[in-house]
Design a protein around this ligand. Structure first.
Ligand code: CA
Ligand code: CA
Ligand code: CA
Length: 324
């Protein structure tokens, strides 16, 4: 009996039920990141929310006296993930949350940030698109993929196998973040992956009907629909940062020597003998200098204000330097 079931399930992929991606939190190969993981350097500190409809296919329908989702204050998505069902803001159908950070997120080694939802199980999953911006104006979306069938609507409390989903927030249960790697967007125009200032979360409308939203392959994303409650749509719990530009504490600024500052045409950079890569950006964000594996670097620049990005094997620092 058991063996027969295994045979049946393993042949499902032949009929188009692919399961190409990472499994649920706690299973081997999962990419889920625990909310208490020591790698988190910071959390979202600002938020702007545009709530979506309770039911985008019947926009007059109301829950708790409103045709838009109302559950949870936006501020509940700030700070560390808590892992409970209530510490969230509900976005409603196609609702949008735009988050900001004390210090920018950058494309460091591996995953750079993670988005937390409040699902109570590994398979009751509500999804959202994730976009990033380095200027608050131009947003670039992570390429996503849904392998879920699009013939039968997943009902309001239906389930999804997380192995069929890639690069959509909400892949994992409460307390476990879905991670994103900025390296995938490094060649995008109008985006500087060394200075991400805004992360945008956009509810996926899981309808396979007219209001469907699509993955990057043009597939409808089938997820629970409709969810006509005040807590409908994606429930944003938190956004945690893994690679965050450090603000210099007193101790760290002792480590970095940039002199003279303000500079008169020349300045030199050293980290007390530690090796570093250096990139310098002018006030328009244009890179005017790039060098790697330095122990000391002398640079000559025209008068102006510059940002020195200093990257060591473990950290990245940004310093503002004025040339007179
Ligand atoms: Ca990365
Ligand atoms: Ca949704
Ligand atoms: Ca929260």
């Amino acid at each position: 009996m058991t063996k027969l079931l295994i045979v049946v399930f393993s042949s499902l992929s032949i009929f188009g039920f692919s399961q190409s991606y990472a499994p649920a939190a706690g299973e081997p190969g999962s990419t889920a990141i625990d909310k208490n993981d020591a790698r988190f350097k910071g959390w979202a500190t600002g938020i702007d929310v545009e709530r979506g409809f309770v039911n985008i296919e019947d926009t007059l329908f109301e829950a708790q006296g409103s045709n838009r989702a109302t559950f949870g204050d936006p501020e509940l998505a700030l700070g560390p993930a808590v892992g409970t069902a209530e510490d969230v803001v509900s976005l409603g159908d196609k609702g949008i949350a735009t988050l900001t950070f004390d210090q920018p997120v950058f494309n460091g080694p591996g995953f750079d940030f993670a988005v937390f939802e409040n699902s109570f199980s590994d398979t009751y999953l509500e999804f959202a698109h994730v976009e990033v911006s380095s200027d608050g104006q131009n947003f670039v979306r992570f390429p996503s993929h849904s392998e879920v069938q699009t013939n039968v609507q997943i009902h309001g409390f239906g389930t999804t196998d997380p192995r069929m989903i890639n690069n959509l927030a909400g892949k994992y249960r409460a307390g476990f973040g879905t991670p994103f790697d900025l390296d995938q967007l490094k060649d995008s125009s109008n985006l500087d992956v060394t200075q991400i200032t805004h992360i945008r979360i956009i509810d996926v409308v899981g309808s396979v009907g007219d209001s469907a939203t699509y993955d990057s392959h043009g597939n409808k994303i089938n997820e629970p629909f409709s969810t006509p409650y005040e807590s409908g749509g994606f429930d944003l719990e938190a956004v945690g940062v893994l690679n965050q530009v450090a603000s210099l504490s007193g101790e760290e600024s002792k480590l970095i020597n940039i002199y003279p500052n303000p500079a008169k045409s020349y300045t030199s950079v050293d980290l007390n003998g530690q090796q570093f890569d250096l990139m310098i950006f002018d006030s328009y964000g244009k890179c005017v200098h790039k060098s790697s594996k330095n122990f000391k670097k002398v640079v000559k620049l025209n008068p102006g204000v510059y940002h020195f990005q200093i990257i060591t094997s473990s950290e990245m620092f940004i310093n503002k330097i004025v040339f007179n």
